[in-house]
Write a protein that binds this ligand. Structure first.
Ligand SMILES: Cc1cc2nc3c(=O)[nH]c(=O)nc-3n(C[C@H](O)[C@H](O)[C@H](O)COP(=O)(O)OP(=O)(O)OC[C@H]3O[C@@H](n4cnc5c(N)ncnc54)[C@H](O)[C@@H]3O)c2cc1C
Ligand code: FES
Length: 507
């Protein structure tokens, strides 16, 4: 808090009358400079940090579920008892304070150290765990292993030259120039040393020997394992066009990719974004924030219609047009010739920066070569184990049996990758946990967030609560009367409630 900023709400050391805090009620106050969320649940009163440890979302605007609170912005969930981050994208605890009840009032007392509750360690936990991939799933797995007090060795192998980063930010604030570079690493270098995580960068894993239980690196080195997690993610598709390999034509996956786009954006005047998907349009928004003229070329009639339906697609288009983006829909690039992108429709667009956001393909080569079962993704069980005992998979590569849709699905969502990484970590220790999280993703366009819970590949009804054009809505995607997914704009509590309802439906 800035030195002259006034702390929010009442001074909680002076006590809050319980009659002013209804059961299930939340109130924001402070102790010194700390902003605190006071929560009443029956006869218990909890005091925790008021802001989410992910991007500082206001927890008071979230949802209480049992003795947890969920963040309104990206659905992180925290224990009110211990502050533990129970659901990503938060991976750090929030602070907790002790509360004394006296004379019909609740007084907030001392700050307490966060104490995650580790499960009892199974007998004979594996001695050596190797994680292939330093992304969302790989990092969340390593973090969970140490949170569970796992004492064995963890080796994390990543062929990237940067450690685990906040990948969603690479198309948003970092690209727009509003997030400094030091926000991007998920943890500082010391974290890995302090937690005994042997993070090896530029370490390309080229083979797995499932019998000998070891992986081979590009330089011929071998790393033995007792349990292996494959979390190799996905790579962006580069359209096979003449000129697609020119230096001003970019794709976006890694920190290096985003930094290269930022470097070019400092002098670029006109950009063409190929693809009107989430990443393409987030890139368009970030380049507009840098005052660059942006043209979006894509084959579909409406952006994002396949995932969000026609009305949400129209809204997304209208928003980007308001901000100056020029769409060339139902069209496609056929060649990039110097600074010109030639279109199928016959015209050409000038561009000193081209970004292809035309989707990704899961990085399956390693799993395929090892003979693991592949079916449009690496097939895993409900416990995220592959057909090779001891080899688990999580994140963008994994196709798992989703109990909510009743299908096996593979998605490309940050929070799903993290939650799968955590579940795989527990299962590599032997806990046998079924992965049953409701899929969730968010996307950000200028100041408009879109939150999406569930998974609907097709639907026969779209039910709208609120007003899509007014950017205030909860949109439910139904099949045969059953709600498969819900997208929302500025209806955060309704989105959280939809998530909880889907969780309860299958438990
Ligand atoms: C720019 C951008 C913005 C996004 N924004 C959002 C968003 O707003 N919301 C959302 O829900 N999702 C978003 N996503 C998607 C999300 O980032 C992914 O779903 C998530 O990162 C998947 O995690 P993962 O661990 O499976 O893979 P990744 O995070 O991609 O990590 C894979 C890791 O494996 C390494 N690797 C691969 N093969 C090998 C090998 N053979 N040897 C060694 N290492 C290897 C890679 O270097 C990398 O470190 C975004 C993605 C991008 C690129
Ligand atoms: S700010 Fe809370 S989950 Fe992102």
């Amino acid at each position: 808090m800035a030195e002259d900023a006034k702390p929010a709400g009442p001074d909680l050391t002076k006590g809050v009358a319980l009659s002013d805090l209804a059961d299930g009620g939340m109130l924001v106050g402070h102790v010194g400079g700390d902003e605190i969320l006071l929560v009443r649940r029956g006869n218990e009163v909890f005091a925790v940090g008021a802001q989410c440890s992910h991007y500082h979302g206001p927890l008071a605007e979230g949802l209480l579920v049992g003795d947890t609170v969920r963040c309104p912005w990206h659905h992180a969930c925290f224990s009110l008892r211990t502050g533990e981050p129970l659901h990503p994208p938060a991976l750090s605890p929030i602070d907790c304070w002790s509360v004394e009840q006296r004379g019909g009032k609740a007084f907030v007392k001392e700050k307490q150290a966060a104490k995650p509750v580790a499960r009892p360690m199974p007998v004979n936990p594996p001695g050596r765990i190797v994680i292939v991939g330093g992304g969302a799933a790989g990092f969340a797995a390593a973090e969970m292993l140490r949170r569970q007090d796992y004492k064995g060795s963890i080796v994390m192998l990543s062929d990237d030259d940067a450690g685990p980063v906040d990948r969603p930010n690479l198309s948003k604030d970092y690209l727009a120039g509003s997030a400094p570079a030091d926000w991007i690493p998920l943890r500082g270098d010391d974290y890995y040393k302090d937690n005994g995580i042997d993070l090896r960068l530029k370490a390309n894993v080229t083979a797995i020997d499932a019998r000998a239980r070891e992986v081979t690196l590009g330089d011929g080195g071998k790393v033995p394992y007792d349990r292996l997690l494959l979390a190799t993610g996905a790579e962006p598709v580069r359209l096979q066009l003449p000129g697609a390999d020119l230096p001003h034509v970019h794709t976006l996956r890694s920190l290096a990719d985003s930094t290269a786009i930022v470097a070019r954006a400092t002098t670029a005047k006109r950009a063409v974004v190929i693809g009107a998907s989430f990443i393409g349009l987030e890139v368009a928004a970030s380049l507009r924030a840098r005052q660059i003229e942006v043209h979006v070329v894509a084959p579909e009639k409406r952006p994002m219609e396949r995932i969000l339906g026609p009305a949400m697609g129209d809204l997304v288009r209208a928003l980007h047009e308001e901000k100056g983006v020029i769409f060339h829909l139902e069209d496609a690039p056929v060649a990039i010739e110097g600074k010109q992108v030639r279109l199928k429709s016959g015209g050409a667009l000038e561009a000193d920066l081209v970004v292809m956001g035309v989707g990704v393909r899961p990085r399956l080569a390693l799993a395929e070569k090892a003979g693991l079962t592949i079916d449009k993704g690496l097939v895993v069980s409900a416990r995220l184990e592959t057909n090779a005992p001891g080899i688990f998979a999580a994140g963008d590569i994994a196709r798992w049996p989703d109990p909510h849709s009743g299908q096996t699905i593979r998605v490309e969502h940050w929070v799903v990758a993290e939650r799968q990484g955590q579940t795989a970590a527990l299962n590599m220790l032997g806990h046998g946990v079924v992965f049953d999280a409701v899929p969730f993703f968010w996307s950000q366009h200028y100041d408009m967030p879109i939150n999406y819970v569930g998974h609907a590949e097709k639907w026969d009804e779209i039910a709208v609560e609120g007003d899509i054009a007014a950017r205030d809505c909860l949109v439910r995607y139904k099949l045969g009367g059953r709600i498969l997914a819900a997208a929302s704009i500025y209806r955060d509590v309704a989105s959280l409630q939809a998530e909880v309802a889907m969780e309860r439906e299958t438990t």
